[in-house]
Design a protein. Sequence first.
Length: 455
Amino acid sequence: MAHAEAATKFNKNEAKVNWHDKALWFVRQKRDRQAHKIQGWEHLRDYASALKANVLSNLDTYLIQFEENAKKNGINVHWAANAEEHNKIVHGILQKHNAKKIVKSKSMLTEECHLNPYLEANDIEVIDTDLGERIVQLAKESPSHIVLPAIHKTKEEVDELFQEHLGTQPSGGNPEYLTREARKHLRNKFLKADAAITGVNFAVADTGGFVVCTNEGNADMGAHLANVHIACMGMEKLIPQEKHLGVFLRLLARSATGQPITTYSSYFNKPEEGKEMHIVIVDNGRTEQLSREDFRRSLHCIRCGACMNTCPIYRRSGGHSYDATIPGPIGSILSPGKDLTKHSSLPFASTLCGSCSDVCPVKINIHEQLYKWRQIIVKDVPQPFVKKTVMKAAGSVLAKPKTYDFVGKTARFMLKNTPKSIINSKVNTWGHARDLPEVKGDNFEEWYKKRQKNE
Ligand code: SF4
């Protein structure tokens, strides 16, 4: 389903759309307040962007350096060319330990690789331990936001879900009660887990260690209790040196949730005695994206979600309408690289206002890349007949000033004299939710000439 059609579904519940919009804007405002508290915020963004550009230009060197250092520390390093290989590697490690119960903290990479269904099909229980992720897992849905996976759910909906799956009492959506119950439920899973899977926020080339950020401490709890820790990372997650963590951690927390620092930023360097630590480094289309000059900067992304929180389209269409692991503006750049036909509507799900690029902590030129994809898509993907015809007609009108004047005059006349029921008919999707402004008699040129005469 194209983005616009899926968004229409989400838009049916106007109260929910308004609440979703407001909730995300609240996070955007928190981000602004925290960003403005730091002197040299723009300098930090520039620095982070330059560091990421350096990593991408020297990825081969940094990856090898990271692998060597990680191995020295006793971490097992695995390489996966694609999602299938990633899933097989993880499964192989679990099989070796006869691990049947897994706890997993938030990892967009494992979502991208569809690890949960793969392991479940192999009789392995996977429990997502991030509260938002657990909510969507119980609802059999995918995350709708990369930082706030259950942002599309109201607390009343969560209440009902917990009653059904965790046997809780009706609480009218009391967040404290629901969180306490989730905590009890998850604690039990942590204690029984055979292995823990986490994502990776930053992998440090000069130490071979990696950092995992959570606000709930769930990654740490899982990794410390289980005997086996598997960390899954996209190969672009590298940063050159330990000292650069200060740059990225400051940017990430403020951009993601408007916090000065994420509650738990845990630096894993080696396995505890008697335990095993694995890291799976995954390509899955990243090398291809790197080879696309216009889009390689999308690999700077540190998955903060700020571009989603600020995007007027995302806020009012919801993450699921993107039908992609990473929704929102950055997802609309990454997804067409994986399947251009399937995701061809996504770069059009933007006003190109540039707000996403303005907030991006690593200065990705998001709206420019969306515009680039549009240019490729109209050439390479068959467009709907109506759209093609209208665009062609608009192109020829806009190219000739006289035709433009004539069409403008006719349109003004028609709009003034046609009943609203026809103008806002079913064919006009714009008219479903809004009225056109009152049409003036003159165009700007006519108005200007009259004004000059009267002066
Ligand atoms: S593109 Fe930028 S703003 Fe969007 S999630 Fe990535 S780092 Fe954050």
